[in-house]
Design a protein around this ligand. Structure first.
Ligand code: C2E
Ligand code: MG
Ligand code: MG
Length: 606
């Protein structure tokens, strides 16, 4: 703390303590008294108006000065402290000793050393005791003034309580989620990094639990964000209540929550799995909302430290991979990241990596499968189906790489390529001058593509560069992709319809259609999923389901395509049920464009 010499500073600047008498010099005694009175008054005024607390003690540590602000900050009235020991009132002796232990063994020794000029630095935080017992954190500057052998230690004390509280509130806001009050992503990352460093590679000592609510987006969209927010707050409460020993429960953003377990020895996985199961149970209870109840489930991924995994980022991405796996299982389940998953993740990464190159290296190609008229003679169109001619693995089917392309975003350039290639191909056939399948090409769009803000422009651009009339293009979107976010899909479908293309709902029956949306989507074609066609002729119920779907589609004014027709028997039933079109191995497998050319059944000219 700053040491200031009392007096006007005319003394030796090398000696910081200047006796008052020498500062005043030789003055006649009456005048001296008057001068001293004036000084005292000025001193009292200055100290009285000072915005910091002013406290002075003598060499016995008894309080000699105490201003109004000191009363405000520390609660003691002036008359309660003057003449009393500092350590009986606003200072804890142990605190002084522990803070200044290097200076003197006892508090008195310390005072006397200060009187002799011990240097204390300013700006240091001190802890004082309020009259009611609570601690007051303050900064201060101290000066020592000497009166012959006696001395005083005075200090200006600046109360930091409010500043500290403001600082803490700011830090809290920065590290916590404002909606649920849980620690946020920054706080979690910091705590995780710390836990992992502390664990020093002990396997199964740290676990990360990532919990993602299933289908939360549709609740948010259908009931509004306020209801969604209320549900998130309840989820946070239920997670807190399910916990026994978690280090941190955090909101990672959106509908994702993260929980950290630090177990020291090898039991983190067990503890985390037990928590996850309790959490799923807690979430299973209905969530009351204004107009009824909402039911929620969640997908949970768990990752723990192993001999090779001891980095925060790897733990997080492993937990994410496990959560993703739980989602793929249909949600409402817990998955622990393990060896099989590690291989799968590696596999995905390798696929993603080589898929980047596949486009530039022209390894992607389209096969075409005719769509035939059930009561007619030939094909009415073709569906374009992507294949990957992998340099090592040979021909790769879409199920092995389309999900990876969707997840990585590569589906955007790949999808645009498919569209362009298919439109080109049909244009080429049309220029060959034949009718039949040359009237229409069907191209599959993934969910990620219809979510993309430029989808409509992309389709328009490709139609115009290839010169294909929009009426010759049908875009297929799966039922699950459409219903996932039906409201925004509706806007996109309307815009696409505005260009003049036809629209088909693909794999119908595998998702959960909202009938009201089905009616509002501007669709032209409904494709009955192969799994229903497989049941035709096997059981009477199988036929009844397909009959119902066909009737529904016709009632909505849609044409119906049966997918995956493999047998004559299936075709017969479809004929009886008045299905319009069929597609399947019975007619042709998907084949390269060149193989369709010249096939009289499909009337594509050579
Ligand atoms: P999809 O659009 O429902 O295509 C029909 C799938 O059923 C094709 O599989 C086709 O080869 C197969 N199939 C057709 N008839 C039969 C049959 O009689 N028996 C059997 N067992 N299968 C039959 P593929 O070509 O493997 O495509 C699978 C899925 O991959 C497609 O299902 C589609 O969802 C997706 N896909 C294919 N190409 C693309 C594409 O260019 N873009 C996008 N986003 N997805 C594509
Ligand atoms: Mg399709
Ligand atoms: Mg399909």
């Amino acid at each position: 703390m700053d040491r200031v010499a009392a007096g006007d500073g005319e003394g030796d600047r090398g000696d910081p303590v200047v006796p008052l008498s020498s500062a005043l010099g030789k003055v006649p005694s009456g005048a001296l008294e008057a001068e001293l009175d004036a000084w005292r008054t000025r001193f009292a005024q200055v100290v009285g108006v000072c915005r910091d607390a002013f406290i002075e003690i003598d060499s016995d540590a008894r309080v000699t000065e105490w201003n109004q602000r000191a009363t405000d900050v520390l609660g003691w009235e002036r008359h309660e402290v003057i003449g009393r020991l500092a350590t009986e009132t606003f200072l804890r002796e142990e605190y002084v000793r522990s803070t200044f232990h290097s200076v003197g063994r006892t508090y008195r020794e310390l005072l006397h050393q200060m009187g002799r000029g011990i240097d204390l630095h300013g700006g240091q935080e001190v802890e004082l005791v309020h009259k009611d017992g609570h601690m007051v954190v303050a900064t201060g500057s101290v000066f020592v003034s000497s009166y012959g052998d006696d001395f005083r230690i005075g200090g200006f004390v600046h109360d930091l309580t409010e500043e500290k509280a403001a600082e803490e509130a700011l830090a809290h806001a920065y590290l916590h989620d404002s909606l649920t009050g849980l620690p946020n992503r920054s706080m979690f990352s910091y705590r995780l990094a710390y836990a992992v460093a502390k664990a020093r590679g002990v396997p199964d000592s740290v676990a990360v639990v990532l919990l993602d609510l299933d289908r939360f987006k549709s609740i948010n969209d259908s009931m509004g964000h306020e209801v969604g927010d209320g549900i998130l707050v309840t989820v946070a409460d239920r997670l807190r209540a399910s916990d026994g020993v978690a280090e941190v429960i955090a909101r990672f953003g959106g509908d994702e929550f993260l929980v950290l377990f630090e177990c020291g020895e090898s039991s983190a996985e067990e503890v985390a799995v037990a928590f996850a199961e309790r959490a799923l149970q807690a979430l299973a209870a209905p969530f009351p909302v204004e107009r009824g109840e909402v039911f929620l489930t969640a997908s949970v991924g768990i990752a723990t430290t192993t001999e090779s995994v001891n980095e925060a980022t790897t733990l997080l991405s492993n937990a994410e991979a496990a959560m993703y796996q739980a989602k793929q299982r249909g949600g409402s389940s817990v998955e622990v990241f393990g060896e099989a998953m590690r291989i799968e993740v590696l596999d995905r990464m390798t696929t993603e990596h080589s898929l980047y190159r596949a486009l530039e290296r022209s390894e992607l190609m389209l096969y075409y499968q005719p769509v035939v008229e059930i009561n007619g003679s030939g094909a009415v169109g073709v569906e374009a189906l992507i294949r990957w001619q992998h340099p090592e693995q040979g021909l790769v089917a879409p199920y092995r790489f389309i999900p990876v392309a969707e997840e990585s975003g590569l589906i955007i350039p790949i999808g645009a390529w498919v569209l362009e290639e298919a439109c080109h191909q049909l244009r080429d056939w049309q220029h060959g001058g034949r009718t039949g399948p040359t009237s229409s090409v069907e191209v599959n769009l993934s969910a990620r593509q219809i979510d993309h803000p430029e989808i409509v422009e992309t389709v328009e651009r490709i139609l115009s560069t290839t010169g294909l009339p929009p009426a010759n293009l049908t875009l297929e979107i799966t039922e699950s992709a459409l219903m996932r976010d039906a409201a925004s899909a509706l806007d996109v479908l309307r815009a696409l319809k505005g260009i003049g293309v036809s629209l088909a709902i693909d794999d119908f029956g595998t998702g959960y259609s909202s009938l009201s949306y089905l009616q509002r989507f501007p669709l032209d074609v409904l494709k009955v999923d192969k799994s229903f066609v497989d049941e035709l002729g096997v059981s009477p119920e199988g036929s009844e389901i397909v009959a119902a779907v066909i009737n529904l589609a016709h009632a909505l004014g849609l044409r119906v395509v049966a997918e995956g027709v493999e047998t004559e028997q299936q075709l017969e039933v479809l004929q009886q049920l008045q299905c319009d079109f069929a597609q399947g191995y019975l007619f042709s497998r998907p084949v390269p464009a060149s193989e369709l050319v010249g096939d009289p059944r499909f009337s594509i000219g050579a």
